[in-house]
Design a protein around this ligand. Sequence first.
Ligand code: PA5
Length: 433
Amino acid sequence: MGLKLNTKYIDGFVSDAEVEAAWPEAEAAFSKLQGLNMTGWLDLPGRYDKAEFERVLEMAAEIRERADVLVCLGIGGQYLGAKAVVSALSESGADSDFPVLFAGNSLSTVELNKVLAALEGKDFYLNVNSKSGTTLETSLGFRILRQKLVERYGEEEARKRTIVSTDSVGTLHNMVVKEGWRVFIEPDDIGGRYSVFTTVGLLPIAVSGVDIREFMAGAADAWAEYRGDEGSGTSGLGGVRENAAALYAVLRNLCLRKGRTTEILASYEPSLNYVAEWWKQLFGESEGKDGKGLFPASVGYTTDLHSLGQYIQDGPRNMIETVIRVGDTGEFVIPAEKDDMDGLNYLAGKTLAWANDQALLAVAEAHSTCGDDGGCTPNMILELPEISARSIGHLLYFFEFSCALSALMLGVDPFDQPGVEAYKARVFERLGR
Ligand code: PA5
């Protein structure tokens, strides 16, 4: 169920010799990573709390039995991981079958009204995720939905229908103690954007119907693969180009050093659009500091080939693309038509997935080819065998691991986000706090 990094469409831009020369930096980054704080996520797939995991499964079963919908409140790292997994596995027709609504991730009245309207006549639970408990969007959303819950069910039942993940101290934890809500304590050594394999991600994912054992198994596969030869007594990343996650970190750093300023994550499966949103947050908050870092952007192909494709092919040569290529997306055979009115009979008998994949390869070639009629946006292709709980678990862990290495190679702290304080102070000033 592994994941491969195909470098064919970037090899002309970054040479083997450059990768070899930079590999020791990745090794040094990995050694450094293992001595840092906030790395509780690193070996989590191999050592997670099995009793807590069972509690998550029990609570998910209770919610699925007693409610029609779960409303999950949180923002940034406290919702994007769950949203990414639930979207990937529900929209792809895989194993997600229970509605999870996300709220508390904007200040939009329209969005809030949509959630309130969706709850009319439905039984619901609230799951609020916030480490600090002071995040404006989440706290406000929680206040409004909490009142709705009490109105609907009364104090006692509302208490049973409120489940919190938060730090062991802080505003939300104080509220938990006062109100008696059920709580999962978020680990002190795992930040929001690395939290998808904690209860923050696991509870809503399990409620949605996704098999979280498989999801964790995917992360464990990835951890076993990328920690290199740790099992044999050393802690290296393995040989140059053997470790896809480290290679990805090396290649994107080399591209940055060669003047690339933007990395675009592209996918040909709309169900992966929220994986891209999660990826942007992970890399954006981990790397964008001290005036450094690739700007993480995303596109959804083939749709965006008819919009941003023009810019990527022909615009400034400051971009690289990382493309997620899914192996098995199901078989839909293109039908023949008697009169061939639309001239598409040359595709009859082929699958739509085959056509999608030919488009992917053609675009990678076109975007990465320098020349009079070609663009020059180097492409890396991440080959995912299928969209399943296990493969998505592997993919998200792959990105967490490579992001931490990449940020350390860049010379920044992967786990802080000092830049968000500046805007927060101004917002609170304007709001009159
Ligand atoms: O990844 C992060 O650290 C952030 O995106 C946080 O998850 C986000 O700001 C929410 O913070 P909190 O958990 O304090 O509500």
